[in-house]
Design a protein around this ligand. Structure first.
Ligand code: HEM
Length: 470
């Protein structure tokens, strides 16, 4: 027997066997509707009034990170992602400003790998992490407890079960105390950061000095302290602290997994790695601007291909809040052999949205859909344009009003890391048996085939000196 979490691509094979739309039994005999039908998915993401994260799922997210944008729906969600309250922190101008810091940190990582001790700053909040020199601090500890502790897989499985069976929320689940302690730690640190930043803003009389601040929190505070925005549209301090945990939670592991999968793909495709390095070395500085990074076509193609084949968020779920009818592009056949081009959806039905399966669908992307081939981005099939994703005809950053608010951040961060690491090192496969992917929560992670999940992604990394110009 194979479990869903042991094989991130299991539902893809089920779809090949049972068709685009089928029901499967989830935990505790609940049913989940699985669909790779683009018409159906477009309907689901464009009707956020009907298809929402289940209350139980949101409650279990809230236990960990508070009431931030990830755990709210409807009007409250609109207020959180309001253009003036949250979006300014994620726009092109802001990402351009932080590119410099992404590169600074990427160079520190490069040097740490080349054995030079360094220190890191998480650019979101101008908070000192020390993960690059092996030291720890409170926030680092909190994140490690939540995401990487030896029991985090069991804890996250329980949270998933809580999302499916609401009554489990009232039981003391495994890791509950650890989650609470980690959340309290994150909130304590979050409050300190907010208070300090606000004091800085007041001391500098606000707008002008803050305009120069590059971190995400300063932009968020600036937007929400501005008297130009009506009180009802602003976020209060507690909500801002919840957003800090949300961004750490939603942005930290996703982006690092994306970069990890990129190194895996490039270690398996040495031709692509060489071609990428040649392109990156045409830039005569270690500190390119966002525009320079975005002007590199092969880097863009590699990033797209990594995020297509190895989408860090492998699937997501929605629940129907009322009865509905799902339109289908590919009719399903019932037990009597009749064809149906729509499907009645009862209130409470969970819908499993297989992001990764759609990104690698052979009917959309062609027979080589599962292969890593950055060159495909020179001309993608017209069938891909039907995918309702917010970026690059992919569902990687999802779609509709709940699309990933941090996607521009993640893309430039990935590019800055790849730019720096591929220029300085050569990456080769180290695991003879190959790499598999397993799922924790919604994320796919690498492990060596035949070995424990903790085996991760071993790589052979060779220093490749080049003329560094600053
Ligand atoms: C490669 C990296 C990333 C991937 C693949 C990714 C993917 C996703 C996906 C699939 C969703 C939709 C989940 C759902 O609604 O079920 C999402 C939402 C979200 N992401 Fe990302 N994300 C990434 C990086 C980031 C970063 C860097 C941040 C913030 C700094 C971020 C913040 C968020 C937030 C706040 C949401 C919730 C948006 C909403 O519900 O309105 N993500 N992300």
């Amino acid at each position: 027997m194979t479990y869903l979490q042991d094989d991130s691509h299991l539902t893809l094979r089920w779809a090949e066997q049972f068709g685009r739309t089928f029901l499967f039994h989830g935990l505790f005999s609940t049913t989940e509707l699985h669909t790779t039908d683009i018409k159906a998915i477009t309907h689901v993401v464009s009707r956020p009034d009907i298809y929402q994260k289940s209350t139980a799922m949101r409650a279990s997210t809230e236990i960990i990170i508070g009431r931030g944008v990830l755990s709210v729906e409807n009007e409250e969600h609109k207020r959180h992602v309001n253009r003036r309250a949250l979006n300014p922190a994620f726009g092109v101008t802001q990402v351009r400003a932080v590119t410099e810091i992404f590169l600074e940190k990427a160079v520190q990582l490069r040097d740490a790998w080349a054995d030079i001790s360094t220190q890191a700053v998480v650019i979101g909040f101008n908070y000192q992490f020390e993960s690059l020199n092996g030291k720890c601090n409170d926030l680092d500890d909190a994140l490690t407890d939540l995401l990487h502790s030896p029991h985090s897989i069991r804890y996250s499985a329980f949270r998933l079960a809580q999302g499916i069976v609401p009554i489990l929320q009232f039981l003391p689940g495994p890791g509950q105390n650890l989650f609470r302690a980690a959340r309290n730690k994150m909130f304590g640190i979050g409050k300190q950061i907010v208070n300090r930043s606000k004091a800085d803003i007041r001391a500098s009389k606000g707008e002008r000095a803050l305009g120069k601040s590059r971190d995400l929190l300063s932009t968020l505070l600036k937007a929400n302290m501005s008297t130009n925005i009506p009180e009802s549209q602003r976020l209060n301090d507690i909500e801002i602290v919840a957003e800090i945990s949300t961004f750490l939670f939603a942005g930290h592991e996703t982006t690092s997994l994306a970069t990890t999968w990129a190194l895996h793909a490039l270690s398996r495709h040495l031709g692509a790695q060489r071609k990428l390095r040649e392109e990156l070395l045409t830039i005569p500085t270690d500190n390119p601007t966002m525009e320079e990074l975005n002007s590199l076509p092969y880097l863009e193609a590699v990033v797209r291909e990594v995020l297509r084949v190895h989408s860090p968020v492998v699937n997501t779920q929605r629940m129907a809040m009322q009865d509905d009818t799902l339109p289908l592009a590919t009719p399903y056949i019932d037990k009597e052999g009749n064809l149906h081009d729509s499907l009645p959806i009862p209130k409470g039905q969970r819908i499993y949205i297989p992001i990764s399966a759609i990104n690698t669908d052979k009917e959309i992307w062609g027979e080589d859909a599962r292969e890593f081939r950055p060159e495909r981005w020179e001309k993608i099939p017209s069938s891909a344009s039907a995918i309702p994703g917010v970026w690059a005809n992919l569902l990687t950053f999802f779609a509709g009003p709940h699309n990933c608010i941090g996607f521009r951040f993640a893309l430039v961060e990935m590019k800055a890391l790849l730019f720096t690491l591929i220029r300085a090192f050569e990456f080769e496969e180290a695991a003879k048996s190959g790499i598999r992917s397993f799922t924790v929560g919604l994320l796919q992670k690498p492990a060596v085939i035949g070995e424990a999940r903790s085996s991760g992604l071993p790589l052979i990394v060779k220093l490749k000196p080049y003329n560094i110009q600053i």
